[in-house]
Write a protein that binds this ligand. Structure first.
Ligand SMILES: [Cu+2]
Length: 264
């Protein structure tokens, strides 16, 4: 059959049309049969690129993790271990990962690994503040660093540091009130000491709501939080997938995650 009408008219039979529809519906049904029962797992097990490490998850609590079990080998010094295997990305590296160091204490890093490391203040080598507060320089395997005095820090400061040889090795130090001076502290210091002693509940609470991972849902509760100087924010993730709370507009914001010093 020919026609002078050149417009695109579908030329097929009703039967072939329904066969095509059946193929489409079949493919979608198979896909749905796989995706729907596994939806929960997809959400709970994000691909590695979006997986969130657990190493720093206690950082925001401002509590008393780990350090209580680490006793100084010499008076006035805090010992931090560099664990065996620390040079392998993803392994635990600095222990404790967030050491609570009394103001004025020196810190000794003990390298228990089989390769050299450094402990250098700052976020990375490109951080203009890198090494300004302390830098152990190279610590040979099996050796301890010279005692490091933290320069210009105050109670409540949180100091990130890293290894210059393995920049993915990161940890932080929280400066606490000097031991033995609790009775003569200013109100700021004693409130910090109180916060440290009580651990959870030391500051205002921030909730991440169930369903927050769905775009458009309410995410943070409250969405605006007022914090006083020196207070820690207690973040509770009530959702079924991991989240972070990171300062900045988004990951491309050059200031993202850089609010690091908490001044009391
Ligand atoms: Cu290293």
């Amino acid at each position: 059959m020919t026609t002078h009408d050149e417009s695109a008219i579908p030329r097929t039979t009703g039967k072939r049309m329904w066969q095509g529809m059946a193929v489409l519906v079949g493919v979608m049904a198979v896909g749905a049969a796989i995706a729907i029962p596994n939806w929960h797992n997809f959400a709970k097990n994000p691909p590695p690129v979006s997986a969130i490490g657990t190493g720093t998850s206690t950082a925001s609590t401002g509590g008393t993790p780990a350090s209580a079990s680490v006793t100084a080998p010499l008076p006035g010094a805090t010992s931090i271990s560099i664990l065996a295997g620390a040079s392998v990305q993803g392994n635990p590296n600095f222990d404790p990962n967030n050491a609570q160091v009394p103001l004025g204490n020196k810190i000794v890093w003990v390298n228990k690994d089989s390769v050299p490391h450094t402990a250098t203040s700052g976020l990375s080598a490109s951080d203009p503040a890198s090494g300004k507060i302390f830098d152990t320089k190279i610590i040979s395997n099996g050796q301890s660093s010279p005692p490091q005095q933290l320069k210009g820090v105050k109670v409540g400061d949180i100091i990130p540091y890293y290894c210059q040889i393995h920049p993915y090795m990161t940890a932080k130090i929280t400066v606490t009130a000097a031991s033995g001076s609790s009775s003569s502290n200013s109100s700021n210091s004693s409130s910090t000491a109180g916060a440290t002693a009580s651990g959870a509940g030391a500051g205002p609470a921030l909730g991440i709501l169930q369903g927050a991972s769905t775009q458009g849902n309410p995410a943070y509760d409250p969405s605006t939080l007022t914090v006083k100087k020196g207070e820690s924010i207690q973040v509770t993730n009530k959702d079924s997938v991991p989240h972070t709370v990171t300062n900045g507009k988004d990951a491309s914001d050059p200031t993202s995650g850089t609010v690091q010093y908490i001044r009391t």
